[in-house]
Write a protein that binds this ligand. Structure first.
Ligand SMILES: Nc1ncnc2c1ncn2[C@@H]1O[C@H](COP(=O)(O)OP(=O)(O)OP(=O)(O)O)[C@@H](O)[C@H]1O
Ligand SMILES: [Mg+2]
Length: 252
């Protein structure tokens, strides 16, 4: 049984200069608690797909459901992490993390405790009263992940969350994302341009074709739930990334 069910999904944007088909006949089921990475060339509709799952964008044909309910307006099933941390500069880190709750209702003491627990999980317990400009890019992105998780969403959607970070910070955050995913049991969908990041984190990697995006291949990643940096040197890891890279050589 899939938590997220995407069936024959297509999306065409109507623009002043004509129609742009971003997604074409996408079928994908994602199980509860699963981690799926999506790879594809620029402009193939990855962000479009994630925005549809978040309820931020409509679709043209087909269906998309979470827990059998068609995805309409944003209803809080999903927490989203964007490429830029998009924290509000005038709020401290704790209040930034609490924002998805404070926009909806009064924040309680239990909410603050929960937000602090999340911040501790990503090593930011000493930065709760700091403002975003006092944190590095990687620390801001960690806070953004906490913000996406604060309302216990059924689904964590990440759109190239670490694209702007250096490789070392990115590797460290990937280990953290793996731990957060295991500890929260959330269903996670990650969009990335990094084949190695996709394989390192996911249980399945979805490779998309150039626009209009279709699914080219779905690859099972057989490494169990706990991922550690040693995996990057594993020959099977290298074989999987090499296999995936061939998709992009053919399309280049
Ligand atoms: N709001 C919009 N209006 C019109 N066209 C759009 C809109 N958003 C995206 N598109 C078009 O849809 C296609 C897919 O865009 P999308 O942002 O989903 O790609 P992507 O796979 O996320 O690319 P990237 O890897 O560069 O982030 C592109 O051709 C883009 O120009
Ligand atoms: Mg994108």
């Amino acid at each position: 049984m899939s938590l997220i069910e995407i069936s024959d999904l297509s999306k065409t944007y109507q623009t002043r200069t004509g129609d742009v088909t971003a997604l074409s006949h996408v079928d994908l089921g994602i199980a509860e608690g699963e981690f799926v990475s999506i790879l594809g060339p620029s402009g193939c509709g990855k962000t479009t797909l994630l925005r549809i799952l978040a309820g931020l964008e409509g679709h043209t044909a087909g269906t998309a459901t979470i827990a059998d309910v068609p995805i309409g307006a944003p209803r809080g099933e999903a927490g989203m992490v964007f490429q830029k941390a998009t924290l509000l500069p005038w709020l401290n880190i704790l209040d930034n993390v609490l924002l998805p709750l404070s926009l909806r209702r009064r924040v309680t003491g239990a909410d603050r405790t929960h937000a602090r627990t999340l911040l501790t999980m990503v090593g930011l317990e000493d930065f709760t009263t700091k403002h975003p400009h006092e944190l590095s890019g990687g620390m801001q992105q960690r806070a953004a992940i906490c913000r996406a998780l604060v309302h216990d969403p059924a689904v964590l959607l990440m759109d190239e969350p670490f694209g702007a970070l250096d490789a070392m910070t990115r590797d460290a955050l990937n280990v953290e994302v793996n731990r957060i995913w295991r500890e929260t049991g959330t269903t996670a969908v990650l969009i990335t341009h990094s084949i190695s990041e996709a394989v390192f984190l996911a249980e399945r990697v979805v490779v998309m074709t150039p626009r209009p995006g279709r699914i080219a291949e779905i690859i099972d990643i057989p490494f169990g739930k706990t991922r550690t940096p040693e995996l990057l040197g594993d020959p099977e890891f290298a074989a999987l990334t090499a296999h995936i890279r061939r998709h992009f050589e053919v399309n280049a």
